[in-house]
Ligand binder design. Structure first.
Ligand code: BV8
Length: 266
């Protein structure tokens, strides 16, 4: 039976009182949807590659075919994946806060689009989207391109090379995403960090920024991270198990209203 000093009990109480919630998510929240986390050893053809080396402008310049193939294979995995209970719990948390004239915004480092597909409305994609390809000649963006791409690297109608619409290491985050993240971290009263090793900046820095502005900070992660000793409560566990428990403890069982899928809905 959880005791009052159980971090889950404390964190659920903070969520029940919260009015403006910020959430930073990383690859760990999509792990239970079958998408390998960013630093997990990669399988098969990619086992010999380091993602931090491939996810760079230099890698694309050196071998656009290889990098395009890597992203196209990951794109197919992301499109085939299904949001899990962790994604759905955050979508429910947003609905509960909206119902109380509060708000919840997700800052995701993930490029898989699963938060939106789980029903979350306010999602800031800090690192772009793997479903988007951008022409290096015109800047035109393409979604819903054929799977798999018909050629590597794929070219646009203008003949320019298409690159993935993600933010690579060494590239600046979209200014509007940075501004939204900064505004959220400096005004929220509660900030969650979920499924991230907190190794990548500036994304990882938003948790400390929220804390410096007086927010209660809560981490849900399978393994310890550099944030674990700095947050108000650090909960060790899988997002797909912990998040539904936290939201249910804070708001009770979700009453499916007309048009709202229950948190156990498909
Ligand atoms: C920039 C898109 C400047 C591509 C990605 C300080 C300040 C600013 C920059 C830096 C800085 N220090 C260093 C830098 C440079 C660099 C950086 O941070 N390097 C790191 C490696 C040290 N940052 C940058 O380059 C950024 N750009 O700052 O630009 C600038 C300014 C002006 C002009 C020019 C430049 C850009 C960074 C973005 C890189 N792109 N993704 C792609 O996806 O291919 S980052 C990539 O890492 C993914 O987005 C991923 O999400 C992200 C972070 O990793 P995590 O999500 O945390 O994933 P990871 O595998 O590491 O961890 C998973 C965690 O989940 C684990 O802890 C595990 O325990 C947990 N877990 C697993 N299963 C579960 C679970 N938890 C819960 N439940 C489970 N079931």
């Amino acid at each position: 039976m959880p005791t009052i000093d159980d971090p889950e009990v404390q964190a659920a109480g903070a969520l029940a009182r919260a009015r403006c919630v910020g959430v930073l998510t990383g690859a760990g929240i999509s792990a239970e949807s079958g998408i390998p986390t960013f630093r997990q050893s990669m399988e098969g053809l990619w086992a010999t590659f380091d993602p931090e080396t491939l996810a760079t402008p230099a890698a694309f310049a050196r071998d656009p075919a290889l990098v395009s193939r890597w992203y196209d294979e990951r794109r197919r995995g992301c499109l085939a994946a299904v949001p899990n209970a962790g994604h759905r719990a955050l979508a429910r948390l947003e609905r509960e806060l909206d119902a109380r004239s509060g708000s919840l915004t997700i800052l995701t480092q993930n490029v898989d689009g699963l938060h939106q597909r789980a029903g979350s409305q306010r999602v800031v994609e800090l690192h772009g989207s793997i479903t988007v390809w951008r022409c290096t000649r015109t800047g035109a963006e393409y979604r819903d391109l054929e799977q798999p791409l018909r050629e590597y690297p794929r070219r646009s109608d203008a003949g320019g090379l298409l690159r993935p619409g993600v933010v690579w290491f060494g590239e600046a985050l979209p200014p509007e995403a940075l501004a939204a993240a900064d505004r959220l971290a400096t005004t929220c009263d509660t900030f969650l960090s979920i499924g991230t090793s907190a190794a990548v900046y500036p994304a990882a820095g938003f948790v400390s920024l929220a804390s410096a502005h007086g927010a209660t900070t809560i981490e849900v992660n399978r393994d310890p991270t550099p944030l674990s000793t700095a947050v108000t409560w650090s909960i060790r566990g899988c997002a797909g198990e912990v998040l539904p428990r936290l939201v249910e403890r804070a708001f009770g069982a979700e009453v499916p209203s007309s048009g709202t899928r229950s948190s156990h809905g498909t």
